[in-house]
Design a protein around this ligand. Structure first.
Ligand SMILES: N[C@@H](CCC(=O)N[C@@H](CS)C(=O)NCC(=O)O)C(=O)O
Length: 234
């Protein structure tokens, strides 16, 4: 049995989708990031980065944080969505790391400056909007002659999909990108993807707009981490 430490956000969806694709049994443990659950000692022992998602696999005793690492772990566990052959494996891994180091962080910052900042910063908004736009075009070109990022459907597609979902809110329009649109529609209609995205959809979703949540999520610095670590020592 796997424990999934989760909140219904794009990074959370990567793992709920993956668990559904693999058909693995799991228990969902909500980590309300707007209420500060990411600083609870039990969670920090698993994820010192105070960010969801994380998993604990009770069969092996292994815990993993960081979406990309969790996807690799689960793919190895279920023997699917990350091929064994070296060339195909690195086709997938390069796009997985592209998502983790590019699409995810850029879309995340864009989301912050579009939806959460109280003081609009046009330079920041434009900078991240342009970068998100550029990354969508990278996908568009890549998908010209293949159905999925690494040829076959893989953890690279699962990692990328949740950050394309909010394209409208992020001020983009993927109808401009015919191949990306086709890919998006194909991934979106997979039953496991639907189930993964639906997990916790009915939970409160506007946490970052509430004052308390804003202070918790957007007021973090080194002291936040050092103080939380002190509490762990007790
Ligand atoms: N690089 C991490 C990013 C995880 C992440 O940013 N998670 C957000 C939710 S989408 C979070 O837990 N935020 C809590 C906070 O900001 O305190 C991953 O891919 O797992």
């Amino acid at each position: 049995m796997i424990d999934l430490y989760y909140w219904p956000t794009p990074n959370g969806h990567k793992i709920s989708i993956m668990l559904e694709e693999c058909g693995l049994e799991y228990t969902t443990i909500p980590v309300d990031i707007g209420a500060g659950d990411q600083f609870e000692p039990d969670f920090l022992r698993i994820c010192p980065n105070n960010r969801i998602p994380a998993i604990v696999d009770h069969e092996t005793g292994i815990s993993v944080f960081e979406g990309g690492a969790i996807l690799m772990y689960l793919a190895e566990k279920c023997g699917r969505l990350l091929p064994d052959g070296q060339q195909q494996r690195f086709e997938v891994l390069q796009w997985l790391f592209w998502q983790a180091g590019g699409l995810g962080p850029m879309a995340g910052q864009l989301s912050h400056f579009v939806s959460y900042t109280r003081n609009p910063v046009p330079y920041a908004q434009e900078r991240y909007a342009n970068e998100y736009d550029r990354l969508l075009a990278v996908m568009e070109v890549r998908l010209r002659d293949r159905d999925y990022l690494a040829g076959e459907y893989s953890i690279a597609d699962i990692a990328s999909f949740p950050w394309i979902v909010p394209y409208r809110r992020l001020g983009n329009d993927i109808d401009r990108f015919k191949n990306l649109r086709r890919w998006f529609d194909n991934v979106k209609t997979r039953p496991a993807v639907r189930r993964g995205v639906d997990l916790g959809a009915e939970w409160p979703r506007n946490e970052a707009r509430r004052d308390k949540a804003r202070a918790i999520m957007f007021g973090q610095n080194a002291d936040t981490v050092l103080n939380a670590a002190k509490a762990l020592e007790k």
